[in-house]
Design a protein around this ligand. Structure first.
Ligand SMILES: Cc1cc2nc3c(=O)[nH]c(=O)nc-3n(C[C@H](O)[C@H](O)[C@H](O)COP(=O)(O)O)c2cc1C
Length: 177
């Protein structure tokens, strides 16, 4: 891999996954949760890989590890919700990343939920929530690219988004313009 600038250190090709992860830590991202299912069948995970894909029709994508329990549930349900977390919702992000050791429906305890038209759970208080049906899923090496067709959208005022950078949570603070 070529060195693009004298200020950037080249990575060791023999340890690409490690170095790739390390370099990706510099990509600041908003934090969302991806949720699916009903009642005791609910599942969800924290994700930074959420992106807008197309506007007309509205579609989004999220990249999910193939070992994810949420991915399996989402494939079965054919629908999912994406809740874009507010800066005050770090506890939800940590829970849905599995940091408390909970899996599946147990991750939902103690937080407030609403149900989208597709039946997917959406987090109350999220800055935005997208209620999606599963349109396409493409397995790509370790992960799957999940494409959702957005069926309904919810937005909140909220003050600031929850962000993630270099392994830590933060919040976006716009520069005064
Ligand atoms: C800030 C943050 C962002 C994450 N983004 C993703 C992601 O985009 N895709 C993914 O598959 N896992 C991501 N993870 C890891 C999952 O949230 C975690 O592995 C989760 O426990 C998977 O749950 P599941 O196996 O029950 O689906 C992220 C974790 C954190 C803390």
């Amino acid at each position: 891999m070529g060195v693009m600038s004298t200020a950037l250190a080249a990575v060791d090709l023999d340890d690409m996954p490690h170095d790739f992860r390390l370099a990706m830590r510099n990509l600041a991202a908003g934090v969302s949760i991806v949720t699916t299912g009903e009642g005791r069948g609910r599942a969800g995970l924290t994700a930074t890989s959420v992106n807008s894909l197309s506007i007309d029709p509205p579609c989004l994508l999220v990249c999910i590890g193939r070992a994810s329990g949420t991915l399996a549930a989402l494939q079965k349900n054919r629908s999912f919700g994406v809740s874009v977390l507010d800066a005050g919702q770090q506890a939800i992000a940590e829970r849905f990343a599995g940091n408390g050791g909970q899996h599946g429906a147990a991750r939902f305890n103690g937080f407030d939920w609403t149900t989208g038209v597709t039946g997917a759970p959406l987090a109350e208080g999220a800055l935005s929530a997208f209620d999606c049906t599963l349109e396409t899923l493409v397995e790509w090496h370790s992960h799957a690219i999940v494409v959702g067709r957005v069926r309904s959208v919810h937005t909140n005022e909220g003050a600031a988004p929850l962000t993630y950078w270099r392994g830590g949570y933060g919040s976006f603070d716009p520069q005064a313009g």
